[in-house]
Every structure is written in C-alpha cells, then in structure tokens.
Design a protein around this ligand. Structure first.
Ligand code: SIN
Ligand code: MN
Length: 275
C-alpha cells in the first residue's frame, strides 16, 4: 500500500472539506501539457463507433464515451498522474484501481441534462461493489461556467447513504434493442431520487455548482446527490471523469457483470507517476 501522506496532493484541509461537503474543487490542478494532450485526444475518442459510445436523444450528438483509459494511451497516462490518482489515494486512504472512466461531452447547444441521482447505487446494485469507497475525479477539459450545464450538488448529501429511489423500467428512445445496462447511461436515469427527498435536502443545505477554468479537477463522493442541466450555451463542456476505487473493494457481480468498460474486473493498482 502506498502511504497517503507520501503522495499528498490536496493537503489535509482539502481532505477535511471533501469529507464534510462530499466534493472538492481544485482549480487548474492538471498540468497544462496533460490538459493539452487530453483535449487533442477527444476527437479520436468520440469517433469510436462502438457500444462504449452513447448518443444524446437526437441520435447524432455524442453524449459519453466509456473507458477511454482502456483505449487511449495518453488518457491512461494522465489517469496515473499524482494530481488524479495520487489525490484519489489521499482521499480513499488506500491504493486504488480504475473502476470506470468516461468522457462526458455536454456539447454546445445540444448537450442534455443528467437527472438527479447518486452514483453509488449503480455500482452497488449493478456491479456488487460493497462499500462506497470510490471517488469521482472530474477533469474539466473546457471552462465550466454557469451557462454550460455545470454539475450541481447538494453539499453534504453523501452522508445520507443511498437515498430512496424509484427504478425506471424500459429502455430509452433509440435504444429499445440495446442491452439492459444501457439504461444506466442515457439522459433518463434508471435510479431516480424522489423529488420530496431532493427538496428537503436542498432546502436544508442549498445547491452548489463548482465552476472553473479548463484543467480544474473536481473530486466528488459516489453518494453525493447531483445533477446537471442541459447546455443551452454556445460553449462546450467536455469532461473526463475517472472513478477510482479502493483495491480492497472490488466489483463482486460475476453472474451478470456489466462490460469491462463500465465496471472493471481488473483491479491492478494504479502506479502513480510523478511529473
Ligand atoms: C455530468 O457530466 O454533468 C454528470 C456526470 C455524472 O453524473 O456523474
Ligand atoms: Mn453521476
């Protein structure tokens, strides 16, 4: 195990803030050359016409591409950087592997919403990950501002555990013949948190939308209640999200596992690279 204190990227105050609020924004944390490399890789990643790619409801705009760290060596290298993986170790207190990664495009004018949800219920129910000892590491590849559909959180809601959710049956328009796991990836959330639960939590704690320049890194807890609105603006909001998990907390669903690009079974610890 790599000791978290040897890898300190965020510092003790940031870790305390993350544990209290369920998120932490580090503006401009990613080195400029890594940011440039990721931005240059995006068009090739989006061109991958495979089940990894999920389209918006219009059927022509890419919404997400899953597992880019498995297909693009440049993305894989950035996922090993201390600013991402080292920070994940610092937050989780143990060596980590990558459970999932994705590029969320949120294209100018047409990028659709993400309904209110928590992430961990998917990783618990679909993948059999027994504890919420994961962290989302979202790298802003564009500036995120109030216009282009920033992630919105209820601060502190990660402490509520898994909230009451209603399951939505059926597959979304355009995906009627797709495998069941597709229902977890489109603009229609499968596990929806009830509106009265959201209203009560947001009434008590308010809402926040962390914003910042490209290269900022936003860490958020798998149980934080979150959503994002459509991108009505002319500004793209492409984000790389890497989900790190403690190596002692692997996926256990072996009877009906989701594809490797959604739920890794390879739990090889990330070897953290220095600049
Ligand atoms: C978003 O990209 O706005 C949502 C990502 C998420 O729900 O994890
Ligand atoms: Mn989410």
């Amino acid at each position: 195990m790599q000791a978290a204190d040897q890898l300190s990227v965020l510092g003790a105050d940031a870790v305390t803030t993350y544990r209290r609020d369920g998120y932490f924004l580090a503006p401009g944390l990613l080195p400029a050359d890594d940011l440039a490399g990721l931005r240059a890789a995006v068009s090739g990643i989006l061109a991958d016409d495979s089940p990894r790619r999920i389209m918006e409801r219009d059927g022509t705009t890419v919404r997400s591409v899953y597992g880019p760290h498995q297909t693009d060596p440049g993305v894989a290298r950035v996922c090993e950087r201390r600013e991402l993986a080292g920070a994940a170790v610092e937050l989780l207190g143990e060596s980590v592997y990558i459970h999932q990664s994705k590029i969320n495009v949120k294209a100018a004018f047409v990028g659709d919403q993400w309904e209110w949800h928590q992430d961990y219920i998917y990783w618990l129910e679909d993948d059999g990950i027994r504890e919420p000892h994961l962290v989302n590491v979202a790298v802003f590849l564009d500036e995120v501002n109030e216009f282009n559909g920033p992630l919105t959180f209820v601060p502190g809601s990660h402490d509520e555990g898994v909230l009451a959710a209603t399951d939505k049956d059926g597959l979304p328009l355009g995906y009627e013949d797709a495998p069941e796991w597709v229902s977890t990836l489109t603009a229609d959330e499968k596990h929806r948190v009830r509106h009265e639960v959201i209203a009560e939590l947001a009434g008590n704690s308010g809402l926040v939308s962390p914003k910042g320049p490209a290269g900022s890194v936003l860490f958020f807890h798998p149980n934080i209640l979150h959503a994002s609105s459509p991108n009505i603006s002319p500004f793209g909001r492409t984000t790389l999200i890497v989900v790190y998990n403690r190596i002692s907390n692997p996926a256990t669903n072996t009877t009906n596992p989701r594809p490797e690009f959604l739920a890794a079974r390879d739990v090889t610890p990330v070897v953290i690279s220095q600049p």
